[in-house]
Design a binder for this molecule. Structure first.
Ligand SMILES: [Zn+2]
Length: 370
């Protein structure tokens, strides 16, 4: 392991170790120890040992008592996973590597610097390396995501002990991108999740110019929304030809939440409307021709296809991630041969979607360096 660098925002020589509920802490009182150990479901001596490590940690932790409870219980599960006795006894070198994959914080420190993370927990070595690998191969991305100024998104990133279980190990919430420090996901699943959340924070926001779609539009609640998109696109392209204006007015009366639905589709940019129209085709049959990838045990690839089919915002985030990892272009190429039996309207929809996604990818993640 390399020596640990201070996180950005920490002064060299500033006290490291544990700040608990705003107070520098060198040890817990017996009452605190008993209470926190009970809530973390740990034996007090084990909690005491974890706190000793936190207190002497060179990077330092700033935690609330509630976060300490989560952190202690997760540290305990992790250290148990990396302490199979036979492995340590018979393969001490392998055990040392396994431990370093969790405890090496050098990559996390680099990720924190690139993403402007001011302070917080360190990610485990293997997860940080997956993220760092991506940020290194696509060097413009970190600044576009977190920087301020024209064509940048100014998204603050935090590495946290806990994320509400409704969201998984990463989430884009209230304008912030949160990454969970202690993840049990496969590192590449973790990277994909980071890119999915970054897709909400950048691609979806930019495509929809910050608009939040009414739920009827986001979930394509009525089949006639497709016709509505066609009419709005035709009217925007060439003005009223024939009775399109009257047809749209009558559609608006029939569609659920019709006025807001038509207004949202009219407010979309041509790119947004094209991608939305493509999604309406690709979402058919539970998203049969969407791409489902493995991001960990919470959803299978088939469930991730249905997830994208159910919500346009999720399609935006997931397909951005797939474009960002270059897996999407490969998948769509695989649908092309006539022998694949893909319906022509699906191929057309994917061609439109990939064109838009790659144009935005270029602006958001920049060029890849080998
Ligand atoms: Zn999402």
């Amino acid at each position: 392991m390399e020596p640990t660098q201070p996180l950005p925002g920490q002064q060299p020589g500033a006290p490291s170790g544990l700040i608990l509920d705003g107070q520098p802490t060198t040890a817990l009182t017996p009452t605190q120890l008993a209470q926190i150990a009970k809530e973390a479901r740990l034996l007090p001596p084990i909690l005491g040992q974890i706190v000793e490590y936190l207190v002497t940690d060179p990077v330092g932790f700033t935690l609330t008592t509630a976060e300490l409870i989560t952190a202690a219980s997760q540290i305990n599960s992790l250290q148990k996973a990396f302490q199979p006795l036979d492995l340590v006894r018979e393969q001490p070198d392998y055990a040392r590597i396994a431990l370093a994959m969790v405890t090496d914080t050098a990559a996390s420190t680099q990720v924190a610097q690139l993403l402007g993370v001011r302070q917080g927990l360190a990610m485990s070595g293997m997860h940080a390396r997956a993220v760092l690998g991506y940020l290194t191969r696509w060097p413009a991305f970190a600044a576009t995501l977190t920087g301020t100024g024209p064509d940048r998104f100014g998204v603050p990133v935090r590495i946290v002990a806990r994320i509400d279980s409704a969201y998984g190990d990463a989430c884009y919430l209230d304008g912030e991108l949160l990454l969970k420090a202690f993840s049990l996901l496969h590192p590449y699943g973790y990277l994909r999740l980071f890119l999915h959340e970054a897709g909400h924070a950048t691609f979806e926001r930019s495509l929809l110019a910050g608009a939040v779609l009414p739920p009827e539009v986001a979930t394509a609640a009525a089949a006639e929304i497709g016709r509505c998109v066609e009419l709005v696109a035709q009217l925007a392209r060439s003005g009223p030809v024939g009775n399109q204006t009257a047809e749209l007015a009558s559609l608006q009366l029939r569609l659920p939440n019709g006025a807001a639905t038509v207004a949202a589709i009219k407010a979309m940019s041509p790119d947004a409307r094209s991608l939305y129209g493509a999604w309406l085709v690709l979402r058919r049959n539970g998203g049969q021709y969407l791409l489902g990838l493995d991001l960990g045990p919470s959803m299978s690839p088939a469930e991730r296809r249905r997830y994208q089919a159910g919500d346009f915002g999720e399609f935006c985030a997931e397909s951005f991630m797939q474009a960002a990892t270059t897996e999407l272009a490969e998948y769509v190429r695989g649908l092309q041969p006539a022998a694949a039996g893909t319906p022509p309207e699906v191929l057309t929809a994917w061609t439109t979607a990939v064109q838009i996604l790659l144009a935005y990818r270029k602006r958001i993640v920049g060029a890849q360096v080998r």
